[in-house]
Ligand binder design. Structure first.
Ligand code: NAP
Length: 329
């Protein structure tokens, strides 16, 4: 059986990827940080087939030990401080985990894999690297101009992945993924914050939704589709980098409007308040990806469209909030 180690296994993508690989017959190992991480406990309940390995992207020796133990054929480095807003407040930690963590994992791979390294490495790069975009749509050839400490750290992670591939002949790929969401998205991210608030407003549990700017445009896809692209990248003869995106862009305002409509609320403006606290010091205005390389070389294309994504998330959050309020009665 092939073996895979996933960092960031407790996050949105880690869970979808673990399910995908398990379905393909992989032995799945997941790196979990901390000594009693509550998300690690939940993971073992939800995905009991995952073997948890302790480790932290800030600690090289823990990564070496994890690789020695798991002996993976494939390493998926999804672990990161991934919330852009927090990266402005915890920039040093973001650089350490999201940026230097990639270097540590590549070094661990070199140490454990030796010469003729059999392991394959995937780096979770991000459309936030394009930031103040130099061209539209953005492709693998578009220059980077990150607009947050998160974006800057991701550029380092991307470049060091390419550099280690060129310098040491590692099989290392970087997937430049545009935003992707799901009912598993963390509550801190704007999409999930919106769908959860909409569900709570519908049920009378909440009365307003405070947001930053409604103007930014993003290329939003479904996380379940995007993890398939990660796997496909590591199945090619040669390592390479790919943009993964839908090619459509929508504003936060459109997302909000559609989410309220999915819950049967038309007068959404009544509930939404703009709040300075959620504005970013430097904003990324427009992202839209050109995934034609992934389409032609990987045969990948997204299955779920924008409207289905939003309505699925709202339906899930309505269910979840209903169950919660029934339990608390
Ligand atoms: P997520 O839900 O925020 O998950 C982040 C994961 O990283 C969590 O499992 C977290 O563990 C782990 N982590 C944080 N600090 C760590 C450390 N010091 N050592 C080891 N693990 C650590 O992110 P996601 O949405 O699944 O995204 C997966 C990856 O793709 C991330 O690298 C993200 O930056 C990148 N990406 C995401 C998107 C998107 O739209 N979702 C787009 C482009 C790129 P804990 O649970 O223990 O904190």
């Amino acid at each position: 059986m092939p073996r895979a180690l996933i960092t960031g296994i407790t996050g949105q993508d880690g869970q979808y990827l673990a399910e995908l690989l398990h379905g393909k017959g992989y032995d799945v190992f997941g790196l979990v940080k901390g000594q009693n991480n509550p998300r690690g406990v939940l993971l073992q309940e939800e995905l009991p087939f995952v073997e948890v390995v302790s480790g932290d992207l800030q600690d090289l020796l823990s990564l070496v030990a994890a690789l020695e133990y798991a002996q993976p054929d494939e390493i998926y480095n999804l672990g990161a401080m991934s919330f852009v807003a927090l990266s402005f407040r915890q920039s040093e930690l973001t650089a350490n985990v999201t940026g230097l963590g990639v270097l540590r994992m590549l070094e661990a791979m070199r140490m454990v894999g030796g010469t003729d390294n059999p392991m394959r490495f995937y780096q979770a790069s991000s459309s936030e690297m394009f930031g103040k975009v130099r061209e539209t749509p953005q492709s693998e050839r578009t220059p980077f101009y990150p607009r947050s400490p998160y974006g800057v750290a991701k550029v380092f992670g991307h470049d060091i992945t390419v550099n280690y591939r060129d310098s040491y002949g590692l099989y290392a790929c970087s997937g430049i993924l545009f935003n992707h969401e799901s009912p598993r998205r963390g509550m801190e991210f704007v999409t999930r914050k919106v769908t959860n608030a909409v569900a709570r407003i519908k049920l009378g549990l909440q009365h307003e939704l405070a947001l930053g700017s409604l103007d930014p445009h993003r290329d939003w896809g479904f996380a379940g589709d995007y993890v398939e692209a990660m796997w496909l990248m590591l199945q090619q003869d040669e390592p390479d980098d790919f943009v993964v995106a839908t090619g459509e862009t929508h504003s936060v305002r459109e997302f909000v409007e559609l989410a309220f409509r999915a819950a049967g609320i038309e007068d959404w403006q009544r509930y939404v308040r703009q709040d300075e606290r959620f504005m970013r010091p430097a904003e990324v205005d427009l992202l839209v990806g050109d995934a034609s390389k992934a389409r032609s070389l990987l045969g990948w294309k997204p299955r779920m469209g924008f409207e289905e994504l939003v309505t699925t998330m709202v339906a899930h959050d309505l269910d979840q909030e209903r169950q919660r309020s029934t339990r608390s009665r």
